[in-house]
Design a protein around this ligand. Structure first.
Ligand code: PEP
Ligand code: MN
Length: 343
């Protein structure tokens, strides 16, 4: 349920409505808009009646949100959410590029790639210290040592760090290093992790599960939002289908579908989406054309030697060539790719 407040609402009016919601065993969520404040209600809202609120001072209207997900839906909030990470915006008219290796592999390696990406004007670096691998015998990431390296690189280059959290046990340590917590495809429905990560208040990059529908993804985002953390970036990374010529099938339908139903920013990871490096640029361009707010791309200085996902990684040179094309494409979909603003 959503309560639309009158334009001239003051704090006292808002608190009165919130207290009423709490007295009915539900939870209020303030949703500021450009022109009007709204108060979302979650909990057992089926038991609420519109009349419970319509008579309260400063209440303009009461709307039932018919979708299963509430806080992340456009019905609750029509304006696009723009996430501000110390001045770096995700959503809105900027195209955000997150790039870096699949895994942190060593100090020298990460300093090298981070330096090259910084030189290209990037502001976000990806790299997993904890890796969710299909085989228990595959490289599992550098773990705590990887986090230390990420921290050093963050300080040295001022890049924003995007790194994956696999379970609540390592959350505290990862929060110290990460500017954005990545929750991977395999953990999209790990609801305990979603709630605990959400409660840190850190921005969260939530990747679509490989067998998850768009509605499942939005319901997982709702778990995070229900902790009071609306700094959620959705990520399409391909789903499993009968098609075997690529690692996954990049479901770009999800981009306009999500844009219609949710106010959250959505980015695309074409690297995992196709799994083969030479198809990554085409699908990166297609993602932007479909309306994505950004891209996450695996880049490695020597893909043949990469500890994980080398086959889908671009070299810095290939990535640089892609950036030139993305910059040209962005204005066609009313976006801008700012690559040199800090230089
Ligand atoms: C990754 O980003 O390296 C990763 C493991 O992605 P996903 O969770 O989408 O498989
Ligand atoms: Mn990877």
């Amino acid at each position: 349920m959503l309560i639309l407040m009158r334009l001239e609402t003051n704090r006292e009016d808002i608190e009165r409505v919130k207290n009423k919601i709490i007295s009915l065993n539900c939870t209020p969520h303030e949703i500021p808009g450009k022109s009007q404040l709204a108060i979302g209600i979650t909990g057992p809202t089926d038991l609420l009646k519109k009349e419970d609120f319509l008579l309260l001072k400063a209440v303009e209207d009461v709307v039932r949100v018919t979708k299963k997900y509430k806080l992340v839906s456009r019905m609750m909030k029509n304006e696009d959410t723009i996430i501000d990470i110390d001045g770096e915006k995700i959503g809105g008219d900027e195209l955000t590029i997150i790039a870096g290796p699949c895994s942190v592999e060593g100090r020298g390696e990460l300093f090298d790639i981070a330096g090259q990406l910084k030189e290209m004007g990037l502001t976000f670096l990806r790299g997993g210290a904890y890796k969710p691998r299909s085989s228990p015998y595959a490289f599992q990431g550098m773990k705590e040592k990887g986090l230390d390296i990420l921290q050093e690189v963050r300080k040295e280059f001022g890049l924003k760090i995007v790194t994956e959290v696999l379970n609540p046990r390592t959350l505290e340590a990862i929060v110290e290093v990460a500017d954005v917590l990545q929750i991977g495809a395999r953990n999209m429905q790990n609801f305990t992790l979603l709630e605990e990560a959400g409660a840190t208040g850190k921005p969260i990059l939530l990747k679509r599960g490989m067998a998850a529908t768009v509605e499942d993804l939005l319901l997982s985002a709702e778990y995070i939002a229900s902790t009071g953390n609306m700094n959620i970036i959705l990520c399409e990374r391909g789903i499993r289908t009968f098609e075997t010529s690529t690692r996954n099938t990049l479901d770009l339908n999800s981009v306009p579908v999500i844009k219609k139903h949710s106010h959250l920013p959505i980015i695309v990871d074409p690297s995992h989406g196709v799994g083969i490096w030479d198809k990554v640029p085409a699908m990166a361009m297609a993602s932007v054309a479909a309306g994505a707010d950004g891209l996450m791309i695996e880049v490695h200085q020597n893909p043949e030697e990469a500890f994980s996902d080398g086959y889908q990684s671009l070299t810095p040179k290939q990535f640089g060539e892609l950036l030139v094309k993305l910059k040209q494409l962005a204005p066609i979909v009313d976006k801008k790719l700012l690559l040199d603003k800090k230089k």
